[in-house]
Design a protein around this ligand. Sequence first.
Ligand code: NAD
Length: 335
Amino acid sequence: MRIAVFSTKTYDQHFLSRANDQHGHGHELTFFEPRLVEETASLAAGYPAVCAFVNDRLNASVLRTLREHGTELIALRSAGFNHVDLGVADELGLTVARVPAYSPHAVAEHALALVLSLNRKIHRAYNRVRDGNFSIEGLLGFDLHGKTVGVVGTGRIGVLFAEQLRGFGCTVLAFDPYPNADAERVVEYVPLRELFARSDVISLHCPLTPETHHLIDAEAVDQMKDGVMVINTSRGALVDTIAVIEGLKSGRIGYLGLDVYEEEENLFFEDLSEQVITDDAFTRLLTFPNVLITGHQAFFTREAITNIAETTLANVTAYATGEGTVHRVTSDKLA
Ligand code: NAD
């Protein structure tokens, strides 16, 4: 199929082209650097398939433009699909496919990297040593061993993260409206309020839905232990940024690690180092010594991105040939 690939970077071109050749898909890939938004949607004119990433805007107006220009299939190269208006996609008869599972290890390990870096202040130590400053004042950490970790969402990534923390000798609490019996090997399910109240480290591994929007708000922060560590590698809008800024200012939140940010679509994946960042909440976060932010890179391992490229193209091939599985998402059910 002819596929218009949006938001492409060199690594997308490399891994998608390689998967296309190695697996003999024979798709015709056209790489567009811009994000898919209202202004760029017409670039896809004449392409029956569009391939999109997490900060592409697949709202009603973009979907309508795509449909009018002949697109039938949207192949997301992500697991998350909160950026797609699925109701409108269904109405228009657009098929939306995603990559349901790709190396969950990549994300779980990145969440762990944030925990360890924040705790042992590696981000600060790195700069000090390079500056010839070998003082360890202010770099005091804590043993993870014996601490209580709360995992919100025990799907693929949450369970792996829980297993890792169990390996450090932590007690792991979890909240999930759909508990999974297998996870009970490593976690104790508790109500969310109890998880907030008992955890030294809280890590979010649930999807962004209307129910989970601002799951961490001022009320949630109030229920947490003093000095708690909060980690979010899932979706930015799970966290109310203003509430966590207040929590950091009061000391209730002792550490904050983010790989995602609620307004990230205007920031992440671009080199803005020559520009003035006008998002005041984001720049405020950058001023705290106990905040560590990465720009949505948790998925970015060789294994995960190989997986993503292969499944994305396999979805397109399955759609085109009617053979194999299209990992479809619809407004009422996932397949
Ligand atoms: P998954 O579907 O395997 O698991 C999600 C779990 O969340 C499920 O067990 C579900 O029951 C649970 N859940 C649903 N609603 C909940 C709620 N209200 N409270 C608590 N739990 C709830 O998903 P996954 O593959 O483990 O991915 C988890 C998250 O990680 C997703 O948000 C995904 O978008 C994000 N993610 C981020 C990156 C990154 O690069 N930062 C990469 C991949 C995935």
